[in-house]
Design a protein around this ligand. Structure first.
Ligand code: FES
Length: 605
């Protein structure tokens, strides 16, 4: 039997397989965790992949039933149903990977015209001698004048570095100049310049170490935000910071220490020195932004919840204790409002949602969900308190997206099938799992549109608080007890999805448009990438639009931060987004309450 190579992108794995091996089996052999809830029986329709080059057997009847004509024409297939006819290149969309693996592909390379805020200048100076007693800085200034270059501002730590490095390197070296005219670092000749892009989420941190001369991401890392120890969500962290100066500083220092640790690990793995990290862009929601920059967050905790600053900020990295090159600056892009921060601007920038023709809704789901609607040159933005339910909090068996968490639930041929992160026995439910569970319970009649459990439905147990559904019986769970979905859990999801949907509806109302006018619906953020869209539509969390109008884009805020690190033009565009944005305050909007209450019902709309 012939053998063919199968290249899986963007995970970048290749494997040689016999011609009768399915792409699902090939992916599994290559160590790629493609979702296959039904175990390859062609029932769950989760194992979607796209043919990029080469040829596969013709679509089976199962695939013809599961995929639209357009999807088939675009090369989409079910991995469990197809085998190669030649060597092939296969794209795995993020939603076809289990959560663990999705983190690895998060932050794919973008194509940005390189125009960073720093540039290198190769330099050679005459060494001092008995007849040339000029000071190091005079020697430098006169050499730069002779080269026809402007005089840089020389921060003291960079002068120290200059004196040491130039002597070590025989008076040859590489200066790194910031656009603002200051000297950032002094490096050995040809040492490549790097930058750090960070997305500071309330829960998670994402960091990218990027070569500023090639645009290549040489390392990326994720970590939990250490501030969680001082408050789970933004509101409790603001309250903690407002206890006093010491508490505010603690939040800032813990964050910076963690970022320094992450950067040191990335640098070490990539062979990059601290002096080579010559620029940084940090994005986050407004509270994270303020805490990082050392700004007061008092006004974020009190009505009318205004930001201390919305314009972009640039300041020395050393001012906040970041361990970068001695003269490196940190760029913080603009915030839109107290609860719509630079991370949302970075997301809009990376997805180009604000420039798309027609009408686009872009949202980033978290404890707070930021939403923008772009139409006819207008950009309307709001923020809604969607709560921590989608992060697994306030859910009876809830947990974060960690190994053993149920991340998908499907009812197939009368059977409840679940998929856990890492394929481990289930110990709890994460956000995407609880969303699926509620949607499948609704479809199966276990709950009604009000979220009330049907008492005589199979697997429903009576409880004092409206009953509970046994999603996984104790015998099949990894925690020796039933994994339940309670009436209260359903209610938490109803409130969370209603807040989000009401935000979308208010923006549409302000623009004078019906939901059907939305041409593109962009869902960003980690949770947004993992959710199963048909279920989000089924419970009315998202409008009832054709599924091809939805786009799950992963950590677009991180990608936006990286784009701004590589391009000052992108920083300028971020400012344009700020200028265009019209912020709509939902809590005082006259139609918000009614819209919210209406959206609590679990129904497609
Ligand atoms: S694994 Fe292919 S359809 Fe379920």
């Amino acid at each position: 039997m012939p053998e063919f190579n199968v290249d899986f992108e963007p995970v970048g794995r290749r494997i040689a397989v016999p011609a009768d091996k399915t792409l699902l089996a090939a992916a599994q052999d290559a160590g790629i965790a493609l979702i296959s809830i039904c175990g390859g029986e062609g029932l769950c329709l989760e194992c979607r992949v796209r043919l990029m080059s080469g040829s596969l057997i013709p679509p089976t009847l199962v695939e013809e039933g599961a995929l639209t004509q357009k999807e088939l024409a675009d090369g989409f297939r079910l991995a469990c149903q197809t085998t190669p006819l030649s060597s092939v290149k296969i794209e795995i969309p993020p939603e076809s990977l289990t959560a663990n693996q999705r983190l690895q592909v998060e932050g794919q390379e973008s194509h940005v015209e390189l125009d960073p805020a720093v540039q290198p200048v190769e330099i050679e100076l005459p060494p001092p001698g008995l007849k040339d007693l000029r000071a190091d800085t005079v020697r430098l200034r006169e050499t730069l004048s002779a080269m026809g270059r402007r005089q840089p501002e020389l921060p003291v730590p960079v002068i120290t570095q200059f004196s040491e490095v130039m002597r070590r390197q025989d008076w040859k070296g590489r200066l790194v100049e910031h656009r603002d005219g200051s000297l950032v670092s002094v490096l050995p000749s040809k040492a490549p310049l790097h930058g750090m892009a960070v997305d500071v989420g309330s829960t998670k941190l994402a960091m990218y170490l990027v070569n500023l001369e090639t645009g290549e991401t040489v390392g990326k890392a994720g970590a939990m935000n250490p501030q969680i120890a001082y408050g789970e969500d933004v509101v409790s962290r603001i309250a903690y910071a407002n206890h006093g100066e010491e508490q505010r500083r603690t939040l800032q220092t813990r964050l910076v220490d963690t970022l320094n640790g992450m950067l040191a690990d990335l640098r070490q793995a990539a062979g990059v020195t601290q002096e080579q990290v010559v620029d940084a862009v940090v994005v986050g929601n407004t509270a994270m932004h303020h805490i990082f920059a050392g700004l007061s967050v008092r006004q974020l905790g009190q009505a009318p919840y205004v930001a201390a600053v919305t314009e972009p900020l640039d300041f020395p990295a050393s001012q906040v204790g970041l361990a970068l090159a001695p003269g490196a600056k940190v760029h913080l892009p603009p915030n839109i409002a107290g609860y719509v921060g630079a991370d949302h601007i970075a997301m809009l920038l990376a997805t180009q949602a604000w420039l798309m023709p027609g009408t686009t809704v872009a949202l980033d789901i978290g404890t707070n969900t930021e939403i923008s609607l772009s139409t006819g040159g207008r950009l309307l933005s709001c923020s809604c308190a969607s709560g921590p339910a989608f992060e697994g909090a306030h859910i009876h068996a809830g947990m974060r997206a960690a190994p053993g968490a149920i991340e998908r639930v499907q009812r197939i041929q009368g059977e409840w099938r679940i998929l856990t992160i890492g394929g481990l026995p289930p110990v709890g439910i994460c956000g995407s799992g609880i969303l699926d569970a509620v949607a499948e319970m609704l479809a199966d009649g276990v709950i009604d549109a009000r979220g009330i459990l049907r008492k005589n439905a199979p697997r429903v147990l009576p409880t004092e608080r409206g009953g509970a559904f046994v999603l996984v019986p104790a015998g099949a769970s990894g925690c020796e007890s039933d994994i339940l979905v309670t009436r209260r859990d359903v209610n938490e999801i109803q409130l969370a999805k209603a807040a989000m949907r009401a935000g979308v509806e208010i923006l549409l109302m302000e623009a004078g448009l019906p939901a059907s006018a939305i041409d593109n619906f962009i869902v960003a953020g980690a949770f947004g990438t993992y959710i199963y869209l048909p279920n989000a539509v089924r419970i009315g969390m998202f409008p009832d639009l054709p599924l091809e109008r939805f786009h799950q884009v992963g950590n677009a805020a991180g990608i936006g931060a990286r784009d701004m690190l590589l391009s000052t033009e992108k920083r300028q565009l971020a400012l344009e987004i700020l200028q265009r944005a019209e912020y709509i305050e939902l809590t005082t909007h006259p139609a918000f309450f009614d819209t919210y209450v209406k959206a609590i019902t679990l129904e497609r709309s």
